[in-house]
Design a binder for this molecule. Structure first.
Ligand SMILES: *Cc1c(COP(=O)(O)O)cnc(C)c1O
Length: 429
């Protein structure tokens, strides 16, 4: 499909990046289950390896099925290009890798998926990188945390698990003033509900494992680049602005312009880190994305009804859903995700830790799993599972205290979801 922008989201989620297969006319995107691609001749091969011509060499770098998915997600996010990779966590490393050097840091929200807190507070230290954690609602603290070694600000648009909504515009302004990119993890919102690039984000990362695929069949990730950042404006981003030895002194920004970050992600990131998405997984994700808007509408409708019902329940002390009028983030929903606040939130039970465990064990329709964004309703007790590695202070900051359960509302019949929650709450005591 060419001139994509004239189509609406619901059309693009089905068509962007795809065209009938040139070899067979196959209407659905084929799974190109191949490792390598035959070169026309030695000259063609040399041009591909020198990045003088764009084409397929080896599936660690590029694959036609994955390429359709990359174009589709980039289009839905309003970006210039995207690089898919093996998981959401891989996407976070792939986003930071071109920006960082040993001794550099990233300013990171305290309200993140537990695995991301661990990745940023522990694992990235091994690369000589550091994370400065701040409450991103305190914009003065964010600005104060940025120093001359900071190379990015990182937050989630709708935070997992608490459903807090980041003030993307305010954070983008701080990033702009510092000459660094804002990176937004848009996993919980999906591009149907929130498009961070429109609010000033430079890079958007996804765990495609969640709403994009939408049915719990795939582990995948993606980094989308807005194409708008001037990597050559300062000496902060030499990987993108300075000569690259591995490609005979090629400068990515000068050569590829708005696609510099995307080409770097493929030609250096996937080539050398090897966190490649396989074509089979790309196919499942493409199938999922075709129904993204339909699923998100239903997730939002169900979540709103269930959250309103839970808020009235006498065994419940708090519900964090940002789509509730009682939420301090209600106004930000209107600004950043006007179609709704997704299907993920936490519930605080009056009975504390023991009631949470009994509640989770008593649910029948809900599955007790470490996943979210599935058509199925899912539940987890974050403090004893996904956020287990966090300290008491980190748990509190991430809204994952011992008396809190995380709920991902599926697309089932809302009455059935409520009935299941009701019987489990009654058993939890
Ligand atoms: C799950 C998740 C991740 C990590 O993604 P994986 O695909 O599991 O690696 C990152 N961010 C958020 C918000 C998530 O929910």
């Amino acid at each position: 499909m060419t001139d994509a922008p004239k189509y609406g989201f619901e059309t693009l989620q089905i068509h962007a990046g795809a065209r009938p297969d040139p070899a067979t006319g196959a209407r659905q995107t084929p799974i190109y289950q191949t490792t390598a691609y035959v070169f026309r001749d030695a000259e063609h091969a040399a041009a591909l390896f020198n990045l003088q011509e764009v084409g397929y060499i080896y599936s660690r770098l590029t694959n036609p099925t994955v390429a359709v998915l990359q174009e589709r997600v980039a289009t839905l996010e309003g970006g210039a290009g995207a690089v898919c990779c093996a998981s959401g966590h891989a996407a976070q490393i792939m986003a930071l890798f071109p920006l960082m050097q040993p001794g550099c840091n990233v300013v990171v929200s305290t309200r993140l998926y537990g695995g991301s807190v661990t990745q940023f507070s522990q694992t990235i230290k091994r690369f000589g990188w550091e994370a400065h954690f701040v409450d991103v609602d305190d914009t003065d603290a964010v600005a104060a945390a940025v120093d001359d070694k900071t190379r990015a600000i990182f937050c989630e648009s709708i935070a997992n698990p608490g459903g807090h909504i980041a003030d993307l515009r305010a954070l983008a302004d701080i990033a702009d003033d510092a000459g660094i990119p804002l990176i937004v993890d848009n996993t919980t919102a999906s591009p149907y509900l929130c498009r961070p690039i429109e609010h000033g984000a430079t890079l958007v990362v996804h765990s495609m494992t969640k709403y994009l695929t939408g049915n719990g069949t795939v582990t995948g990730g993606c980094v989308v680049d807005s194409g708008k950042f001037d990597w050559s404006a300062s000496d902060k981003f030499p990987s993108l602005s300075q000569p690259e030895e591995a490609y005979h002194g090629l400068k990515f920004h000068e050569t590829f312009g708005p696609l510099a970050f995307t080409f770097h992600g493929i030609a250096i990131g996937l080539r050398d880190l090897g966190m490649t998405l396989n074509p089979q997984a790309a196919h499942y994700t493409l199938m999922g994305i075709e129904t993204l808007s339909l699923r998100m509408e239903r997730h939002v409708e169900n979540a709103k009804r269930v959250a309103e019902w839970l808020e009235q329940h006498d065994r419940v002390s708090a519900v964090t859903y940002a789509g509730l009028k009682s939420s301090p983030y209600y106004d930000r929903v209107a600004k950043y995700c006007p179609k709704g606040a997704s299907g993920l939130f936490t519930v605080q039970l009056k009975g504390g830790y023991d009631a949470c465990v009994k509640f989770v064990d008593s649910l029948e329709l809900f599955s007790h799993v470490a996943n979210l964004g599935d058509t199925r309703s899912l539940v987890i007790h974050s403090a004893s599972t996904t956020h287990r590695q966090l300290s008491a202070e980190q748990l509190k900051a991430a809204d994952a205290g011992p008396d809190v359960v995380r709920i991902s509302i599926g697309t089932e019949n809302a009455d059935d979801i409520i009935a299941d929650l009701d019987q489990a709450l009654n058993k939890a005591g």
